[in-house]
Design a protein around this ligand. Sequence first.
Ligand SMILES: *Cc1c(COP(=O)(O)O)cnc(C)c1O
Length: 357
Amino acid sequence: MPQNKLSARAHARTSAAALEGNLRALSRRAGVPLLLPVKAGAYGHGLDVVARIAAGHPDVWGLAVATPQEAGTLAGLNPGKPVVLLTPPRPAEVPVLADLGVRLPVASLEEAENLPPHARAHLKVDTGMNRLGARPEDAVRIGLRLAERGVLEGAYTHFATADEPDLAFAWEQFRRFQQVLAQLPPLLAHASNGGGILSLGALPGMGLARPGLASYGFAPAHLKDVLPLTPIMTLEAEITHLHMARAGETVSYGGLWQATRDTLLATVSLGYADGYPRNATGQAQVIVAGERRPVVGRICMDQCMVDVTGLAVAVGESVRFWGPDSITVGDVAGWGGTNEYEVLTGLGTRVERLGAE
Ligand SMILES: *Cc1c(COP(=O)(O)O)cnc(C)c1O
């Protein structure tokens, strides 16, 4: 715990051991090293926290980010492993990123020509996601030009449906990617996200895989039994106030919840501005003093109230909102009508990110 006087009231702790275990399991199943997505602050876990752990991991080849700004930040942390940018930079950003050693996505002949000679490119092929990349029929020409210029390091595509039960389209996307690769010189090819690794397993000809959410410990419901993944984040916040609500009184905005008996309430320093879903009101539960207790009344911007009747708790103690067991991010996402991606990446800046063993 930080000891400075004005410190954060909420902490997200990332378990290095759990992350390392997930990375090992995913790399083994994919049969290749990982290009670990650390976009969006490492899915909310903290870019520096995760980059530090991943940089020392033997199964991690490199780190992938979504924006040039993230690439710059990550390069500034000197992770000691390649940084790969997954979305197109503005033309003016290209030389800056190349100088930082950031691997750049390329999806047109014009982009291929504009790379400085010391750049390293990953050809982006759109095999069906329809988000980014060159169409397969154009990709070969672009890849050959990159090879001719001596800047072609890798090629990649992204699955649209690999985390769904029906894998027909994912296999079709992979077939289209393979057709492109067959016409290019040997390179580092990568396709699978976490869903792809879990559902498709090791894919022929691939040199890397890019598991995001799975690295952080979550699998789609129908793929939960494929690998033993452990959620790596524990989110806790402090009790700032304890008080008794009398029977018949209501709690929080709108008076949505009414005490049926005298109720000991803990006011806790976490709210929707910190990423705790407001829509979880009425369903959310937390762990206090080892017990599962309901959040009562409307979840506020900065706080929420928990029924702690009968528990021996004190101001300053921590309430656990999620962790590797008992209450998971998936539970909270379910209560909030969203998914784990959105809950994790929505964690606010007031939540301090910490590493743990
Ligand atoms: C975010 C992202 C990933 C990781 O996806 P998960 O579903 O979290 O495994 C992989 N590749 C690309 C291009 C991405 O944008």
